[in-house]
Unconditional design. Structure first.
Length: 96
């Protein structure tokens, strides 16, 4: 997933007229130069999160939100990291 995200980041953003997401582009005015890096950082964040690299994932989710604060998936990813940290802290406290 990380490799795909890096390749996506380096590619020239353009509308794929045969893509299933085309209606999104027709309804909303997206700046592809912003959306492409945001989508790439989002994929990288999920990859890092899945690999257990919470600090790296958090930084990438925050980078996504700096580029586009309306990307729900980035907020959701941050909330999951916060919840996982809270659950881990509670489990560690019970072991003591």
């Amino acid at each position: 997933m990380r490799l795909y995200a890096r390749r996506q980041m380096e590619s020239e953003p353009k509308i794929d007229y045969f893509a299933t997401s085309l209606p999104n582009f027709l309804l909303f005015d997206h700046d592809l130069a912003v959306r492409n890096p945001a989508a790439s950082f989002l994929l990288m964040a999920f990859a890092e999160s899945g690999l257990g690299n919470a600090a790296s994932a958090r930084a990438l989710f925050e980078r996504v939100l700096e580029l586009d604060a309306s990307i729900f998936e980035a907020r959701h990813g941050l909330n999951r990291l916060d919840t996982a940290g809270t659950m881990k802290d509670a489990a560690d406290a019970r072991r003591v």
